[in-house]
Design a protein around this ligand. Structure first.
Ligand SMILES: [Zn+2]
Length: 109
């Protein structure tokens, strides 16, 4: 036997709303912008640095979420195209070079 407990009460109180409004401050912090060096626009920053190294910090500080998403698609294409094995340090180094070239426009060394 199914019992719907307190449905009436819940609906009423939710409509009246004792719920606190969203914290505007938190929202702004989460959606912080970055002046992107790739697309030259101020757009949403990615949620966190993509790598735990100097390049990761650099990308976080100067590349927008949109360009990063573009790179992730490109990266998948590159990995497939070259059949990269990411357990191989040379493959990872190659990919890092490609990452910098794509995002910062530096020619591969
Ligand atoms: Zn961008």
């Amino acid at each position: 036997m199914r019992r719907v407990r307190g449905q009436q009460t819940d609906r009423t109180s939710a409509a009246k709303g004792d719920v606190a409004p969203p914290q505007r401050q938190d929202y702004i912090t989460l959606m912080s912008d970055v002046a992107c060096v790739r697309c030259s626009q101020t757009r949403d920053r990615m949620a966190a640095p993509p790598f735990r190294n100097e390049l990761g910090d650099r990308i976080y500080d100067s590349i927008c979420q949109t360009c990063w998403q573009e790179w992730l698609q490109q990266q998948t294409a590159i990995i497939n195209h070259y059949a990269l094995d990411l357990r191989d340090p040379r493959s990872r180094e190659f990919l890092t070079t490609q990452t910098e070239a794509f995002l910062f426009g530096q020619p591969p060394a």
